[in-house]
Design a protein around this ligand. Structure first.
Ligand code: SAM
Length: 501
């Protein structure tokens, strides 16, 4: 008797949005790989998973376009399943509305409930027979003529069906959502990513407790849930064993880590424990929220050599009236005081922030205050977005009164001011030697180029050093650390030559 493993269906995962979504997709991929499914293009896949983002209108529109395309594809193919996850999944009401609009969605799934996938596939994609799709645990030995051969027929997938009140057989979508008020702490750790890139993500807090008036995240991702420290340590060690050298700790307000855990460890406690992991060289974290950043937390993080000197701390606006309208929970003075404190306690820290322009009622003067703030703080990086209405949020009830053309003008004004500041700040690196972790390599004009980041999260490019190509030397790979002498700097990146110290 010979045990064989025949691949099952093919899957395609489409992902948009933040790092959290990317981390979630890696987990789904691992799960499908473990089930024996094979990655394929969207056109060839039997299961298409759309991991969606609702933070702005544009990524949601992309998902709607794809859902329309998949509807047409499903009319032509009976062997196609569509699963939806990510921020477009909210509560039962949002699921019902999506299900009505797109009856061809077979599964609504939150990442917390991803372990539904095997059951779902068993019920909904159970091919009867045929090469590439039969669930065969063993095959009879060809020389044994006492056993009958298993007949092979073309692939015919069967779908679980149910009967509606009119007596018509239908295929119902599966929706796995928590009941209102139910707190779901479970995160699918068993399906941690099978592979780890040198720069890997570690989601530590799920959901968000803030109620910023423009933001959909709390409605779609639920309340804050910290993952227990033990669980994170196991996952972090495993990621490092699989090749991760740098971990980015993810959360909407990452300093809220532990507030909901029984012994209330904080972010710095977690980082202290993670620092013990041999082979882990760098720890990053995002996104920060000023009111949760205590002096003690900053000081302890600053003293941990593996924690990199970079903070992503969204301000959203430089005007107090706007901050109130956005319900950010801090005044401009409080934000500035936190930044000054961070700079005093953590030498060489670099800062990035998020800005929304054209939020409801934003006057020219209020917008000008945002530009003033950029000049005052001099962030290293600014992520700027034009406000887009998110149905279901508080601000969706207000007039979206800044015309699109004006939002775009303000967005470009932010980019222009920030471009100049970033250019000036980056010049200070010229002549310095920076430790760069290589994340990617590509060949241009016949020479291999290395792309990576320094500790301060600046993008650095340099050609592969000649020494790496000499005989007996191992080629430089993602995950390697290279010392780079910076020779040029733009607003977006640093370029230099690798040096041997
Ligand atoms: N939790 C973080 C925070 O403290 O703001 C970030 C959350 S959100 C996933 C990432 C960014 O998207 C925000 O910082 C904000 O700038 C932007 N954003 C959120 N809602 C938006 C909206 N309705 N329109 C435009 N940009 C938005």
């Amino acid at each position: 008797m010979t045990t064989i493993s025949i691949p099952r269906g093919k899957y395609h995962i489409w992902t948009v949005g933040c790092q959290m979504n990317q981390a979630d997709s890696q987990r789904i991929q691992t799960m499908l790989d473990e089930l024996g499914w094979e990655e394929a293009s969207m056109e060839q896949a039997n299961l298409v998973v759309l991991n969606t983002c609702s933070v702005r209108q544009a990524p949601e529109e992309k998902a709607h376009n794809l859902l329309a395309q998949l509807k047409r594809a499903k009319n032509e193919r009976s062997d196609l399943l569509v699963a939806l996850m990510g921020c477009m999944i909210g509560n039962q009401k949002t699921i019902d509305a999506l299900g009505k609009r797109y009856p061809h969605i077979d599964l609504f799934m939150k990442v917390e409930h991803a372990d539904i996938l095997p059951r779902f596939l068993e019920e909904r994609w159970t091919p009867i027979s045929g090469a590439g799709c039969l669930d065969i645990e063993f095959m009879p030995d060809a020389s044994d003529d006492t056993v009958e051969e298993i007949p092979v027929s073309p692939m015919v997938p069967t779908f679980a069906t149910s009967t509606n009140r009119a007596g018509k057989r239908t295929v119902l979508p599966m929706a796995i959502t928590p009941k209102p008020g139910e707190r779901v702490a479970h995160y699918p750790t068993k399906i941690e990513p099978a592979k780890a890139s040198p720069a890997a993500w570690l989601p530590i807090v799920l959901g968000c407790n803030k109620v910023c008036t423009y933001c959909i995240v709390p409605y779609r991702r639920g309340r804050e849930r910290s993952r227990p420290m033990d669980e994170l340590m196991i996952e972090a060690r495993s990621l490092v064993n699989k090749g991760a050298k740098e971990l980015t700790l993810l959360g909407q307000t990452v300093e809220a880590y532990g507030l909901d855990l029984p012994d209330q460890p904080d972010l710095a406690d977690l980082m202290t424990n993670l620092s013990e992991i041999e082979g882990l060289a760098r720890i990053r974290f995002m996104t920060s929220y000023p009111r949760h950043m205590t002096d003690s937390m900053i000081e302890r993080m600053a003293h941990l050599p593996k924690v990199c000197e970079h903070l992503n701390i969204p301000v959203q606006s430089g005007d107090d009236v706007m901050l109130k309208r956005m319900k950010r929970g801090y005044s401009l003075d409080e934000y500035i005081e936190r930044i000054e404190r961070v700079r005093a306690l953590w030498p060489n820290i670099t800062l990035s922030t998020d800005i929304i322009v054209g939020f409801c009622g934003e006057t020219e003067e209020e917008f000008q205050h945002t530009l003033d703030l950029l000049e005052k703080i001099r962030f290293d990086v600014v992520h700027v977005a034009a406000y887009s209405v998110r149905p279901g949020t508080v601000a969706a009830r207000w007039e979206d009164d800044v015309p699109l053309a004006e939002k775009k003008r303000r967005l470009h004004a932010v980019e222009e001011v920030q471009g100049k500041i970033a250019f000036e700040l980056n010049q200070s690196y010229v002549g310095k030697v920076e430790e760069v972790m290589v994340e990617d390599t590509n060949t241009t004009h016949g020479r291999k180029q290395l792309k990576g980041r320094n500790r301060a999260n600046k993008l650095v490019f340099c050609p592969e050093p000649d020494s790496a190509t000499s005989e007996g030397q191992r080629a430089i790979q993602p995950g390697d650390f290279v010392q780079v002498r910076i020779e040029r700097a733009t607003a977006w990146s640093l370029q230099g030559e690798a040096v041997v110290l």
